[in-house]
Design a protein around this ligand. Structure first.
Ligand SMILES: Cc1cc2nc3c(=O)[nH]c(=O)nc-3n(C[C@H](O)[C@H](O)[C@H](O)COP(=O)(O)O)c2cc1C
Length: 248
């Protein structure tokens, strides 16, 4: 967790649901946060313990979750922040489990009093498939928390199944499995469309070969200029909403 104190009373809290060290998701969340010019706190969910909601409903009238884990202090940080940036990689077509558990626990702040109402927010999602769905879902979560979503950014990271090592030799990679299913079921799942962006960059138009593996391993949001610019713009827009004197 990092905290920078600046000459403003506004605080922005960044939450990353990526377990990867210095990940693409972390970078997008931090880029947005830094561009706000507000005081910043960054929390990586994989470094702390936030369990899923147990649906005990004991928080209904107290707005306090009774589970004894790091959400105790994290919920205070959410409440104290003027803005919230939530980032997640796509995993199995969804937000990461770290992100999902955190979002479930936000339920305790919602009912009856809607304690997160009026905060400004933004979301960052990294992946290739299902990115729009995860992004829309995260935006929706913020909105039902009464927050204003100032912007959302989607970036591309290194796709796990193409960069894990075995690559084309793994019969059960998402690419090879889907290709087999397409043959068996006689229908197309549109893999070429989903991965269109980097298929064009590959020497052989096939993610499952060794040269492709090397190229795919290098994919970083840092090199996606439009994505980085969008993250900066969202941060600046949040800063303007919070009336922070931005000096970048
Ligand atoms: C278990 C697992 C499941 C994944 N599932 C998906 C997926 O469904 N769609 C996708 O686009 N990427 C998927 N990925 C790839 C990650 O989203 C991708 O590596 C992303 O760049 C990670 O972002 P990060 O660098 O911020 O962690 C998966 C990765 C892992 C480890």
């Amino acid at each position: 967790m990092t905290k920078n104190l600046k000459n403003t009373t506004s605080t922005i809290l960044g939450i990353s649901g990526s377990p990867v060290e210095n990940s693409n998701t972390d970078l997008l969340v931090k880029t947005i946060m830094e561009a706000t010019g507000a005081n910043q706190e960054f929390v990586k969910l994989s470094n702390i313990k936030v369990a899923p909601c147990m649906a005990c409903k004991k928080c209904v009238y107290t707005n306090q979750c009774v589970q004894d884990d790091d959400f105790k202090w994290l919920s205070q940080k959410v409440l104290n922040a003027d803005g919230l940036v939530i980032g997640s990689p796509v995993m199995y077509g969804n937000a990461s489990a770290f992100t999902k558990a955190f979002v479930e626990r936000l339920w305790s702040l919602r009912h009856v009093k809607l304690l997160t109402q009026g905060k400004v927010g933004a979301t960052a999602v990294v992946g290739w498939s299902w990115t729009d769905d995860v992004s829309k879902w995260l935006n929706y979560i913020m909105m039902i928390g009464g927050m204003e979503v100032v912007g959302n950014v989607i970036g591309h990271g290194s796709p796990g199944c193409f960069t894990c090592g075995p690559g084309e030799n793994c019969n059960h990679s998402v690419w090879n499995t889907t290709k087999k299913l397409e043959l068996m079921m006689g229908r197309q799942f549109g893999m070429e469309k989903i991965y269109e962006g980097y298929m064009k960059e590959l020497p052989d138009n096939n993610p499952m070969t060794n040269p492709s593996y090397k190229i795919l391993k290098c994919i970083s949001v840092k090199d996606q200029l439009e994505v980085m610019e969008k993250a900066l713009d969202i941060g600046k827009a949040i800063g303007a909403k919070l009336k922070v004197d931005i000096k970048l």
